[in-house]
Design a protein around this ligand. Structure first.
Ligand code: NAD
Length: 460
């Protein structure tokens, strides 16, 4: 696609939005139904493409890529009428006869940039919110999962007017061309590094944006945790999608009294979930690209491998691997891992955990496995993160009522359900003065008498 083609698509979307069709409740509902129909019709081709790109297991393809946008569509359709209603505000002493309200207005023309790790989910979930909010959307899927991007583009082209929704496939060059243009909103999901590039481009046009970025999500396993349950959850969270999940457990801080038991339980659950040889498991995905494979193998260099560590470049397979970090601040403890490697370190006092989290950029999630309230008393008030999840990993992201987003380096803004509708709309104030004569005192010439009156009003 040339730069000119991109500019033409954007122009077509501007024309479509200016016709005002997308504002109508009925139109939004119909388009949400149309998206659900498209996803159902393309369920198999999308699952096949996800398998071709990263050997995504069929179960994970359905639960994490197909079902999530479908659930969000049905949640959104159930509540959309209410979300679109104006909010009325009480009268005040200074405006006793004015009708004060706000209405959620569509932003207009929106750019959605998606990453590769959940290439369907992370392109379509923002789209659900964008349709619900009454916008026209241009989606840029990731080039790192080419098969999925191609099927997604075909699906959108078959079901939607390109003026309303369109996909532009491409890599860095095409994304840069896209970012040269002006939008009313940008929704970016990806790395912190590229998030900064997107924000710089948005700043040129003062375009508001949401940044859904990455980070290192720590898991704390307390002395009183249910070790077996914690290990099973954490191994699942680390190995689902081969660890290529923005909210995957990145590393574990386990109380020293439980370290050996926790490692033993993790080893057991690698086998119970993925068999003696995970390479043969149909439930275990592959690393998305050679460069990510090389990066992950590089992170293991010089580290103590507690379990796993085997890999096969031809297949882009890396075994579920437990690591005991070695050396002063090794790379595996600095950068987001984004693969099936799990460093485990021990602590003796909760204040060490707090110091560890405070010394890193704020993550999307902090996971806590503990029975007592060390969690609430010590960790929550002294740290920052997009979410805190207690005795569970990943699952909080599937609750359609909860906002999903980061803080600091893991991004800003949130979406899912109503929070997505809010992100893709702006709040417009509508103030209607019904009895203008009552406010006549505000006009000059001012007098000491009216000033006294106003002062009295302010005291009220
Ligand atoms: P990425 O930042 O490399 O790419 C994201 C998108 O930006 C892609 O569409 C890509 O084509 C585009 N892009 C890449 N380089 C660019 C450049 N120089 N200029 C303009 N556009 C560019 O991210 P990724 O590798 O696709 O995804 C992995 C990252 O995304 C991880 O850090 C992960 O934590 C994060 N992530 C966050 C969430 C979340 O919801 N917070 C979800 C999934 C992934």
């Amino acid at each position: 696609m040339t730069q000119k083609d991109i500019q033409n698509r954007i122009a077509a979307q501007r024309t479509f939005f200016s016709q005002n069709t997308t504002r109508e409740y009925r139109f939004r509902m119909d388009q949400l139904s149309c998206l659900a129909k498209a996803i159902r019709a393309y369920e198999k081709p999308l699952a096949n493409a996800l398998h071709a790109d990263m050997k995504k297991p069929a179960f994970e393809a359905f639960t994490s890529e197909i079902a999530v946008p479908l659930l969000d569509i049905s949640f959104t359709k159930k509540h959309l009428k209410r979300w679109m209603k104006p909010t009325r505000y009480k009268k005040t002493a200074l405006s006793p006869f004015a009708k004060a309200q706000t209405i959620p207005e569509p932003r207009g023309n929106v750019l959605i940039i998606a990453p590769w790790n959940y290439p369907v989910h992370l392109a379509l979930l923002p789209l659900v919110s964008s349709i619900a909010a009454g916008n026209c959307s241009l989606i840029k899927p990731s080039e790192i999962t080419p098969e999925t991007s191609q099927v997604l583009t075909q699906m959108i082209a078959e079901y939607f007017d390109p003026g309303f929704i369109t996909c532009v496939e491409g890599a860095v060059q095409e994304t840069q061309w896209l970012l040269e243009e002006q939008y009313d909103y940008i929704f970016f999901t990806g790395s912190t590094h590229v998030g900064k590039i997107v924000m710089r481009a948005a700043a040129k046009h003062l375009t508001p944006l949401t940044l859904e970025l990455g980070g290192k999500c720590p898991v704390i396993v307390g002395a009183d945790a249910n070790i077996n349950q914690a290990a099973k959850d954490i191994i699942w969270g680390t190995c689902a999608n081969a660890g290529q999940t923005c909210v995957a457990p990145d590393h574990v801080l386990v109380h020293q009294s439980q370290k050996d038991a926790f490692i033993a339980a993790c080893k057991t659950h690698i086998h119970t979930l993925y068999g003696k040889d995970p390479q043969k498991s149909p439930d275990y995905a592959r690393i998305v690209s050679d460069s990510h494979f090389d990066r992950l193998v590089g992170l293991l260099e010089g580290q103590d491998i507690v379990c796993g560590g085997t890999h096969n470049k031809k297949e882009r397979y890396i075994a579920p691997t437990l690591v005991s970090p070695k050396g002063k601040n090794p790379k595996i403890m600095q950068e987001e891992i984004f693969g099936p490697l799990l460093p485990i370190i021990s602590f003796s006092q909760t204040k060490e955990v707090v110091a560890h989290i405070q010394s890193h950029p704020s993550p999307l999630a902090i996971y806590l496995y503990a029975k007592k309230s060390i969690t609430k008393d010590m960790i929550i008030p002294h740290t920052k993160s997009g979410a805190v999840s207690v005795n569970s990993v990943l699952s909080y992201t599937a609750h359609p009522g909860l906002p999903f987003g980061g803080v600091g380096d893991s991004g800003f803004g949130a979406y899912h359900g109503k929070h997505g509708f809010d992100a893709f709309t702006y709040t417009r104030t509508i103030y209607t003065q019904n009895r203008p004569q009552r406010s006549a005192f505000r006009f000059p010439p001012y007098s000491a008498k009216t000033l006294g009156l106003v002062k009295k009003l302010f005291r009220i």
